[in-house]
Design a protein. Sequence first.
Length: 161
Amino acid sequence: MPRFIHRAHLNLLPPNGLPWKEGPNKGCRRCNKADLETLPQVIDHCEAHSRGWQLRHDGIQNTVLEAAKNSPAEIISVNKNIVKSINLRPDIVMKLDNKIFIVDITRPFENRLEVFEKAKQEKLRKYSALIGHFLPQASSVEIVPIVVGALGAWDPANDKF
């Protein structure tokens, strides 16, 4: 596994879709759905690897949960639809010092600098509909996107939380 990660970070893996790779078949070897096998497609979009996505996501979620359990925070919900009329399931909702935190984890492919910021903005947009639901229960509500790249890059903004 470490060898794969190091090669992936350096973009040294040989997917079928490389422009200089010979042969007529440039599609994904695992799912046969993508016309072009690229590193982002293999790591983040190939359905044959979806169990791996879920395990990486859940590992990050469990780390955040363990940290919250070792703090005075009250866990309100974990991966549950809170408002039936709004079909959203934030990863973690917790309360600390009369402030509610809506925490959601995302793991985009980190091939460009703006990817992390775009992922954060999408989470803020998505969960803003829940602020009105929680505001009567707390002095303030904050949406906390936790962004960890698919190859393991850590967003420094995560440290603020």
